[in-house]
Design a protein. Structure first.
Lengths: 361, 301
């Protein structure tokens, strides 16, 4: 067998952490290309027309990497429970082979045992090495998620517009460069220090908007047109609960799901696959926490999110909280999204003002 | 008391079963009429624009029943006898129905991973104040009727296979195959063009489990969806007969069909059988379908 050269599904800023995982196992990695209009168009060209958007995006990310020499693709299945994500690996392998690419597809289930055995087989690393790589992976992942959260805080308060995004980009490239676990605590300190140097207006009164919806679109700024940063620059604090840690926690500890089900019982009495239930739960939570708006992000035609959308709309009508649902696919243009966001921000501001007017009387 | 059953989506999975079941329990059953333009328009108006066409039609039927009966029956189908899942859109149907209609919804979760079908029926009956014996009787009669229908279908299939006309396999979900308004009368159109349409739903399959599943290469993944497994198995079966062509009908935005189509198409192409993929939605025109069918028939000659 040829020496495996790995590429994998790109996932927002977390891609860095995944790359480290394979690097640490002594595997050769060609990271997937960053998502842009070109890769999306390329992916959509060979993907089944009716399939959901993330499949087309990830496919587009593989292609440049495969042309650069990657011959093995990593794809995890059944992240999403009952939905189509389960067949991503099989369908992607099929279309890639039909398009004439000779690749080896590693399609594994999202259980610790399966992940371990797949990695072991491909890399031939010792158990100790795998555990160490995993530890480093989680360290990086945690830092990435942490600075994403910090950036949400700073972006809306910064005095000089755009500083946070600059610092964030610098931090990511530094995290990406780190290849020794020993150095990592130093890098972590440096990164966090950089953020604390950003000048902010502490007493600024802020509007709060939450992002809910499908995990891939919510977490990946390259496909949701950087909604987080756009809102942040308008002086809006953006919150979101979805990230990989949240998802992994739910996978390992099922009781979070039980709480969610109990809370959303008046609206939906069953799972609908994916993170359908979570969207309702989160939205109810944000209404309770007195947020000023909720944005629902989903890939066009995503089965779980489309099923719960009428319920989210019902919550929106009951509570009055501004609500915007954005379906993303290869035909959505940035200008359209910008217009809708601008209008939404106006609605959010009005809602906030109105709310405080009535409460003062 | 009247129970309304929408003649769409889940109804076609078990036609006559629910009707018979409730009638045997001494309820009046109101079945919504066959799909028509008005129903589709109503459904399209209330449902999410990105949901599948079949679900839009279903909501149209539910709206037709609204106010005409005491209960609207909308079960939540989760897993079937073989512990395979139904479409995830079925999971949320009763909750979504509750949002759009005023009549109370009669529902029960059918999840055979957790509970046997009969037991769930018992709980459903309890909601209607019927005792276990009555429910058992009604279920037995309803099941008998269902079996009878199955036998008839099997006979019909064998008879159709004996005919001399060109046989064309129609691959789709039962709610697209049997609803003539939704599929724009594909069956009739094909017959007029001198072909004999064979519904994939009616192909009998032997209920023998493979002794060692996964050992042979089937050419399609192990589906966790009941219809995925069923349709693929039936296609394997129908390939034993001589068929001239195959048509897959899919409702627009059907997420499951996006997966299934890849493998259905592959299967027919491997066997060198001409394959046509038809997408239906509320805007599909009859003339367009007619042209495509005619062109397809020409390729067979």
């Amino acid at each position: 067998m040829k020496k495996p050269i790995i590429t994998f599904a790109r996932w927002g800023n977390y891609t860095i952490a995944f790359k480290t995982l394979f690097d640490q196992l002594g595997l050769e990695v060609i990271p997937p290309e960053k998502t842009n209009q070109k890769t999306i168009a390329e992916g959509a060209k060979i993907a089944p027309e009716m399939y959901c958007f993330p499949l087309k995006v990830t496919l587009g990310n593989y292609l440049p990497a495969i042309r650069k020499g990657a011959n093995t693709v990593f794809m995890v299945q059944n992240i999403g429970g009952s939905c189509r994500q389960r067949y991503y690996g099989i369908v992607q392998e099929k279309v890639l082979k039909e398009a004439g690419y000779d690749i080896n597809f590693l399609d594994f289930r999202a259980t610790p045992k399966d992940i371990y055995s797949t990695i072991k087989k491909i890399s031939g690393a010792s158990t100790w090495q795998i555990l160490r790589a995993a530890r480093f992976f989680f360290k990086k992942l945690n830092l990435i998620e942490k600075i994403e959260k910090i950036a949400q805080f700073y972006r809306s308060r910064e005095i000089e517009k755009g500083t946070t995004d600059k610092v964030l980009a610098e931090s990511f490239s530094e995290i990406e460069k780190a290849d020794k676990e020993e150095d990592f605590s130093r890098i972590k300190k440096e990164v966090l220090k950089r953020f604390s140097k950003i000048q902010i207006d502490k007493n600024k009164k802020l509007l709060k908007v939450a992002l809910v919806g499908e995990i891939y679109t919510v977490c990946d700024p390259t496909i949701n047109f950087d909604v987080e940063s756009k809102l942040g620059k308008e002086g809006i604090e953006v919150h979101r609960e979805m990230d990989i840690t949240y998802h992994l926690k739910k996978l390992i500890f099922p009781w979070k799901d039980w709480t969610i089900q109990r809370k959303i019982n008046p609206y939906l009495r069953s799972t609908v696959g994916g993170h359908g239930r979570d969207a309702i739960y989160e939205m109810l939570n944000y209404v309770k926490k007195d947020f000023d708006g909720v944005i629902h992000l989903l890939p066009f035609g995503c089965m779980p999110e489309v099923t719960v959308r009428p319920i989210l709309e019902k919550i929106h009508l009951e509570s009055g909280i501004p609500f915007l649902s954005l379906s993303l696919d290869e035909q959505v243009a940035e200008a359209g999204i910008n217009t809708r966001l601008e209008a939404f921000v106006d609605v959010v501001r009005n809602y906030h003002r109105h709310k405080h007017l009535t409460s003062n009387i | 008391m009247t129970i309304g059953i929408p003649r769409a989506l889940i109804y076609w999975k078990q036609p006559h079963f629910w009707e018979t079941f409730f009638e045997e329990l001494n309820f009046k059953v109101l079945l919504s009429p066959p799909t028509n333009k008005e129903i589709v328009e109503k459904g399209v108006k209330v449902s999410d624009p990105e949901t599948c066409f079949s679900e839009k039609v279903f909501f149209g039927h539910i709206l037709w029943l609204d106010g005409k009966c005491d209960y609207i029956f909308a079960p939540r189908l989760k897993t079937n006898k073989e512990k395979l899942e139904y479409c995830p859109k079925f999971f949320g149907i009763p909750d979504l129905a509750k949002i759009i209609v005023k009549s109370p919804i009669l529902t029960e979760t059918f999840d055979e991973k957790r509970e046997k079908f009969k037991k769930t029926l018992g709980r459903l009956g309890k909601k209607l104040n019927k005792n276990q014996r009555e429910i058992g009787e009604a279920a037995k009669i309803a099941l008998l009727k269902e079996k009878e229908l199955e036998e008839r279908e099997k006979e019909g299939f064998l008879k159709e296979m004996e005919k001399k006309e060109k046989k064309i396999a129609l691959v789709s979900h039962p709610y697209n195959l049997y609803d003539d308004y939704v599929n724009l009368g594909v069956k009739e159109k094909l017959e007029k063009l001198g072909a004999q349409p064979i519904f994939i739903e009616e192909v009998p399959i032997e209920k023998i489990q493979n002794p060692e599943p996964g050992t042979q290469n089937l050419g399609y993944p192990k589906f966790h969806w009941e219809f995925g497994k069923e349709i693929m198995e039936k296609i394997d079966r129908i390939l034993d007969y001589s068929i001239a062509g195959a048509i897959e009908i899919s409702s627009f935005q059907c997420g499951c069909d996006a997966v299934l189509k890849e493998f259905v198409e592959k299967k027919f192409k491997e066997n060198k059988i001409p394959f046509l993929y038809l997408l239906i939605d509320e805007q599909t025109g009859e003339a367009g379908i007619q042209t495509r069918l005619e062109a397809f028939m020409d390729t067979l000659k």
